[in-house]
Design a protein around this ligand. Structure first.
Ligand code: DHB
Length: 388
């Protein structure tokens, strides 16, 4: 088998890249270790920046999004006894959209299916070869147990932080930060108790009230690393959310409902460079991980492939300039989002040291009372332009 671009990983980065390349007349084959059902159902991000929505819309992926996504003007930031709204539209002229990664993924799968895109799911033993030549290839065992080799001009690793692509880049430099807490994520069949997301600082730990639709709410609780999600009863979860989100304060009530999904996610920051070696390019989680606070992960993956698709199209037509600049250009935005995610995370999660708590409360008061500070948060949260 031969194609122009082999894309390792059929998550949002890989599938969107295949879509963007196809629009430029470039053929690709996507390979994925998981099943299509698993990739489409895994619960991940929920917030799209304006620039991500604009891009998806421009490339024909915005129909269901336009109908079903909920546009939010901003967020609430709160700490005990105080809740403040930041209006991003007033502050920086950009909004954010509630539209789950599950929905983005379904739209991508549907669009690529209609276009006849080849995606090999449930493969194993993925290996990358000859990335320093102009005839690289990917070998794997397909779902029927047959050994396969796909030859291409370019390989793109969209295979996340555990995939083989990142490790195929020699002489890497990487930067890491682990955080001393995790997020306990809960999905519940209940209408959201708020019109926009609530980020809550609380002495018991951070809590976030997010949502997926008019009838599905999403919550996160700061918990110690290593917490077993089965160790909390439903009542304990709702009690903790009620306490941290301020149930009963100023007439606000949290409505509980049936919990349909629960998981604990560790939090870390990671950046690996360069994002290109020879004919191998990395995009999305394969190159960088952000902690979830601020909802940058999916948006960064979209921004990477928005940059990469035209660079690869030009490279295949004999012009390597954009491809040569890809890593450096992408990393400017990646470091901005890495800083913003770290900043939101460290502002909101309860720290061991009471000195840190006072700094956090001071910072929260500042971003909710100074228009300049609020605009800085808004500019980063609502997303910088794709070309930043
Ligand atoms: C969600 C996740 C986030 O990290 C965030 O900052 C906002 C929302 C979510 O999954 O809904």
């Amino acid at each position: 088998e031969r194609t122009q671009v082999v894309i390792v990983g059929a998550g949002p980065a890989g599938m969107l890249l295949s879509h963007l390349l196809a629009a430029d007349g470039v053929d690709s084959v996507v390979v994925e270790t998981r099943s299509e059902e698993y990739v489409a159902a895994r619960i991940r991000a929920g917030i799209l920046e304006q620039s991500s929505v604009d891009l998806l819309t421009e490339v024909g992926l915005g129909d269901r999004l336009a109908l079903e996504a909920d546009r939010h003007r901003g967020i609430y930031l709160q700490w005990p006894e105080e809740r403040h709204h930041l209006d991003f539209v007033d502050l920086v002229g950009r909004a954010v959209y509630v539209y789950g990664q599950t929905e983005v993924q379904k739209d991508l799968i549907e669009a690529r299916r209609k276009a006849g895109q080849i995606v090999h799911y449930e493969i194993s033993d993925t290996a990358l070869h000859d990335i320093e030549s102009d005839r690289p290839s990917v070998t794997f065992t397909d779902a029927d147990g047959v050994a396969q080799r796909i030859r291409a001009d370019v390989i793109v690793g969209c295979d996340g932080s555990f995939g083989p692509s990142r490790a195929a880049i020699p002489a890497r430099e990487s930067w890491d930060r682990t955080y001393p807490y995790s997020w306990f994520g809960i999905l519940a069949d209940v209408a959201p108790s708020t019109d926009e997301l609530i980020y809550a600082w609380h002495p018991d730990g951070f809590a976030l009230h997010s949502m997926r639709s008019e009838s599905v709410s999403r919550f996160y609780l700061q918990v110690p690393n290593g917490t077993d999600p089965a160790s909390w009863s439903d009542d304990q979860i709702w009690d903790a959310l009620a306490a941290r989100l301020g149930h009963g304060q100023n007439g606000w009530a949290l409505n509980p409902g049936p919990i349909t999904d629960r998981s604990v996610l560790p939090m870390r920051s990671h950046v690996s460079t360069p994002m290109r070696h020879g004919r191998l390019f990395l995009a999305g989680d394969a190159a960088h991980i952000v902690p979830p606070t601020g909802a940058k992960g999916l948006n960064l993956a979209v921004a990477d492939v928005a940059l990469l698709a035209p660079a690869l199209t030009a490279l295949l037509a004999g012009d390597s300039r954009l491809a040569d600049d890809y890593s450096e250009t992408a990393l400017r935005r990646i470091w901005r989002c890495t800083h913003f995610s770290w900043w939101m995370t460290t502002m909101l999660h309860t720290a061991e040291d009471p000195f840190d708590s006072q700094l956090q409360l001071s910072q929260l008061r500042w971003v909710t009372s100074s228009e300049h500070a609020a605009a800085g948060l808004a500019e980063n949260y609502a997303g910088l332009p794709i070309g930043f």
